[in-house]
Write a new protein. Structure first.
Length: 295
């Protein structure tokens, strides 16, 4: 229902920005904080633990990952890399059926090996997240909404390939966190950390749900479902937008509830404008801090 996919030019472009576009700071609290930050707004902010990158597995210039390695090393940040199994050129994307058949037939084995070999060569602590939000039914992703076993088979195959080329990486299985997320669980041997997505659009919540949602309203049930697997939990994508009161409540909560959520290892902010329209005519929310305050 929300988010993502940033053009290939933004992948490493953020790594080259010398100064932040807007002044930034970390939300209060002690839970480790990370960012997906293609504009480089957080480039000079200290205390950030994780740099999040998105990679399409087609049409990406992998040698540019060396710049990401240097950028994250200079700032003492680990890397979280989301591999999306498509091209970011919209009119050249496969259909779900083509992607499913291609994975099963080994068409993408070499592609996955090449991408993971490049990632495995980076001298940074690395977590790889493949084909996220498979429980999303919005139609945004060609790998979402599959029959659960079809997705599980594809995920296991891709992780088996990637482990050979990136043996020191950790692997994140990352649903949105909906009620059926367990149907897509690929098994303990294939998951080092469970990633969840948490987005709050205050105006949409008022109109559609009748009231704005708190951090606990959205995150608590997803956290409870993720606890079933006995793995560390991370918010792999976090974004919130609303009026000043809504923003202040979320800002105060997202890193400060380690006692309430002891398995939550980190939160990673999605500091980018939405690229996939929210329903009910709400367009493309801007999650970037501090632009994400609405009137």
């Amino acid at each position: 229902m929300h988010k993502k996919t940033i053009g290939a030019g933004a992948l490493i472009g953020a790594m080259m920005i010398a100064a932040p576009v807007m002044p930034q700071s970390l939300p209060p609290g002690d839970i480790p904080f990370g960012v997906f930050d293609p504009s480089g707004d957080f480039s000079d902010v200290t205390g950030i633990a994780i740099e999040h990158l998105f990679l399409p597995w087609e049409d990406v210039f992998l040698p540019s990952l060396a710049e990401a390695e240097t950028y994250s090393k200079d700032r003492g940040r680990s890397l979280l890399v989301t591999i999306e199994p498509w091209t970011w050129t919209r009119d050249e994307r496969n259909s779900p059926a083509v992607l499913q058949a291609g994975i099963a037939a080994g068409v993408y084995d070499e592609t996955m090996t090449t991408v993971c070999s490049s990632l495995g060569s980076l001298g940074r602590p690395l977590t790889i997240r493949w084909a996220q939000e498979m429980d999303d039914e919005s139609g945004q992703f060609i790998w979402a909404g599959w029959a659960p076993q079809t997705y599980v088979d594809a995920y296991q195959k891709m992780i088996d390939i990637c482990r050979v080329s990136a043996p020191n990486a950790s692997f994140m299985w990352s649903p949105l966190g909906f009620e059926d997320m367990a149907d897509y669980y690929p098994g303990d041997d294939y998951v080092d950390v469970v990633g969840l997505s948490v987005f709050s659009l205050g105006p949409w919540e008022k109109q559609v749900l009748g009231e704005e949602q708190t951090f606990d309203d959205i995150f608590a049930p997803r956290y409870a479902r993720a606890q079933e697997f006995g793995k560390p939990i991370m918010i792999a994508e976090l974004g919130f937008t609303g009026d000043e009161e809504h923003m202040a409540l979320w800002e105060a909560d997202v890193r400060s509830k380690s006692a309430q959520y002891p398995e939550l290892d980190a939160v990673v902010y999605f500091n980018q404008q939405e690229v996939y329209p929210w329903p009910n005519g709400f367009g493309l929310p801007d999650w970037r801090r501090p632009q994400n305050v609405t009137n």
